[in-house]
Design a protein around this ligand. Structure first.
Ligand SMILES: *Cc1c(COP(=O)(O)O)cnc(C)c1O
Length: 378
């Protein structure tokens, strides 16, 4: 058997080579324009992203964490107001809640799709709850309809952390569809290089259907200012720079093709890993397409040994995320205990993400699956 080319968790190089001349032309145009901040490239990308997402307002910003923070800042929340989110996510989601003096209130995730469990969210709602912040983990949306129902009943705002699911399609019970991030009141995303739509540096965006909220978010992202040197509210400085916008504008045209390639790799993994009793391949939620930011297995036995066996065979893998947020030292002050979010805690011990990107070759996937089968003697 011939050995496949070296396998990477994320291969940005081959993808870049395919669009290299286009990207270099676009960067040169920005350099020649001298509009390094807020230039026409930023406006063009915002317009195209708005059309792709069917969003009235796209507010580009510096990164995904800023996007989440700016979204929360636009909601006139008071210190101590509660924001419900999942503990099984990247720290950024909860970090911005804490930084703004709000209280992160965790609700557990469900064991199949790894996203917020609406039944647990319902139990966590109090008189101080103001926001539900679902995270569309690994590339498919949270169960948004029951979450939207809860929000409506209790007068809450829904802010979607869509850093991992840009391009996923959500289907409502009545058959209507919406892009991930456009289901709740405000969507936030990251264009960190390894995300499905990645810049070549830091970048992010906030989007919404609500024109008034969109204006407010735009003001906050620009020092609280609509007219230069006149400041209506205390804001932040969070900008998407023109070079990153020009790169993203090119990559946005390829996003659906990139997603299709990830889905094809996922389907090949599914076939290669079928019938291993200790391994559960990613369950697909009936309400969302899966854009496979990650291809994440749930492994009921020998997870850490599997990681070592993969590494010995030249195959990288990652644990997203090894410690749920309520058990992180940074969150010790909120008084959470082990055992409070059993599904998140179990998943932290069971998940393992395999290499996933747009350039995976069939022989690489075969090699990865064969290594896993060999480890479990299947
Ligand atoms: C990447 C990510 C973020 C933060 O994005 P940055 O651009 O790195 O600030 C937030 N939430 C989730 C779920 C992410 O995966």
């Amino acid at each position: 058997m011939s050995t496949p080319a070296p396998i990477q968790m994320v291969d940005l190089k081959t993808q870049y080579q395919a669009i290299r001349s286009e990207v270099e032309d676009a960067i040169r145009q920005v350099l020649d324009s001298n509009q390094y901040i807020n230039g026409s490239a930023v406006q063009s990308f915002s317009r195209h992203l708005g059309a792709y997402l069917q969003a009235n307002k796209v507010i580009p910003c510096g990164n995904g964490t800023d996007a989440l923070q700016i979204a929360l800042m636009a909601l006139d929340l008071q210190p101590g107001d509660e924001v419900i989110t999942a503990p099984f996510t990247f720290i950024a989601t909860a970090e911005v809640i804490s930084l703004l003096g709000l209280k992160p209130v965790f609700a557990d995730v469900d064991p199949h799709y790894f996203n917020l469990d609406p039944a647990d969210v319902a139990r966590k709602i109090t008189g101080r709850t103001k926001v539900i912040m679902p995270v569309h983990l690994y590339g498919q949306t949270a169960p948004m309809e029951p979450l939207l129902d809860l929000a409506k009943q209790h007068g809450l705002t829904v802010v979607e952390d869509n850093a991992q699911a840009i391009g996923a399609d959500f289907t409502y019970q009545d058959g209507r569809t919406a892009k991930a991030g456009m289901i709740g009141d405000i969507g936030c995303t990251s264009f960190y290089p390894s995300k499905n739509l990645g810049a070549y540096g830091d970048a992010g965006a906030v989007f919404t259907q609500d024109e008034i909220l969109g204006e407010k978010i735009n003001t906050i992202a620009n020092h609280g200012s609509k007219v230069r040197y006149y400041h209506d509210v205390v804001g932040v400085n969070s900008r998407l720079d023109s070079i990153q916008a020009a790169i993203l504008d090119i990559k946005l045209k390829h996003l659906d093709e990139y997603i299709a390639r990830r889905q094809a790799a996922a389907a090949a993994y599914d076939r290669g890993l079928a019938g291993i009793p200790q391994v559960t391949v990613p369950a697909r939620a009936p309400w969302s397409t899966h854009v496979f930011h990650q291809y994440t297995l749930k492994v009921t036995e020998g997870r850490d040994g599997l990681k070592e066996a993969l590494q010995a065979a030249g195959i990288p893998s990652m644990i997203y995320y090894p410690v749920p947020l309520h058990l992180q030292p940074a969150y010790a002050g909120y008084g959470y205990r082990k055992g409070q979010f059993p599904i998140s805690e179990q998943l932290a011990d069971q998940v393992i993400s395999l290499p996933m990107h747009t350039e995976l070759a069939p022989d690489q996937i075969d090699h990865i699956c064969a290594t896993i089968r060999q480890y479990y003697h299947v």
